[in-house]
Design a protein around this ligand. Structure first.
Ligand SMILES: CC(C)(COP(=O)(O)OP(=O)(O)OC[C@H]1O[C@@H](n2cnc3c(N)ncnc32)[C@H](O)[C@@H]1OP(=O)(O)O)[C@@H](O)C(=O)NCCC(=O)NCCS
Length: 177
């Protein structure tokens, strides 16, 4: 794998034209094993998913490297009296793991989302206790670990113990003068 230039990483909304890149990572069980998503198995399925799920999503961005989709970061706000709370999720193509890309992407999402979704005051994330890379990403971004939810979610055939993390709008660092 070539040297990764983090300046070439950015977030943008999904496009139908991402389909070929999307199928490469969303079709990989290593990437989807901690997600509720079913692993994508064809270009047609990928296109339907981008059209029906990614594009209409309230806040889902493609993580791009040189404008190629290599992952996603999502913030999904609750509604009604719970509209102040939103769930975050993310994943990255396995070839790109370990270069700080997810940390950069989640940091960028956190710094933008409170402007885009002004009612949201709390982001939360649930992470399998075995998913050390994801826990580290959240810690580097500044999320707080709040507790352990035992046998909380059934994902991909296993009942998972999950850590719950949060990041509040007031946790965003103030801009340097
Ligand atoms: C989790 C995921 C997004 C991380 O992406 P990434 O770009 O590799 O993350 P980063 O490089 O920004 O940071 C990873 C950190 O975890 C650390 N890490 C990785 N594997 C680890 C392990 N087994 N134990 C401890 N730390 C680990 C890395 O060293 C790095 O920390 P550092 O910068 O302090 O060295 C990626 O592995 C992924 O897509 N996994 C599958 C989907 C998923 O689990 N999504 C999250 C659902 S909650």
């Amino acid at each position: 794998m070539e040297e990764i230039d983090l300046c070439s990483v950015n977030l943008r909304p999904f496009k139908l034209m991402d389909v070929d890149d999307f199928v490469l990572w969303a079709g990989d069980d290593r990437v989807t094993r901690n997600l509720r998503w079913k692993t994508i198995t064809s270009k047609e399925e990928a296109l339907t998913f981008i059209k029906d799920v990614c594009i209409p999503h309230p806040w889902r961005r493609s993580i791009c490297y040189n404008d190629h989709s290599i992952g996603f970061v999502s913030i999904f706000p609750e509604s009604g009296d719970d509209r102040y709370r939103a769930y975050s999720g993310y994943a990255l193509a396995a070839d790109y793991w370990g270069h700080g890309i997810a940390t950069k992407a989640v940091e960028a999402a956190v710094s933008q989302v409170f402007e885009d979704l002004p009612e949201v005051v709390r982001l939360q994330a649930f992470v399998d206790i075995e998913n050390k890379a994801s826990q580290r990403v959240l810690e580097k971004v500044g999320f707080h670990q709040e507790g352990l939810l035992r046998k909380y979610s059934y994902i991909k055939g296993r009942l998972r113990d999950l850590y719950v993390y949060s990041f509040l709008a007031t946790d965003v660092p103030a801009n340097e003068p």
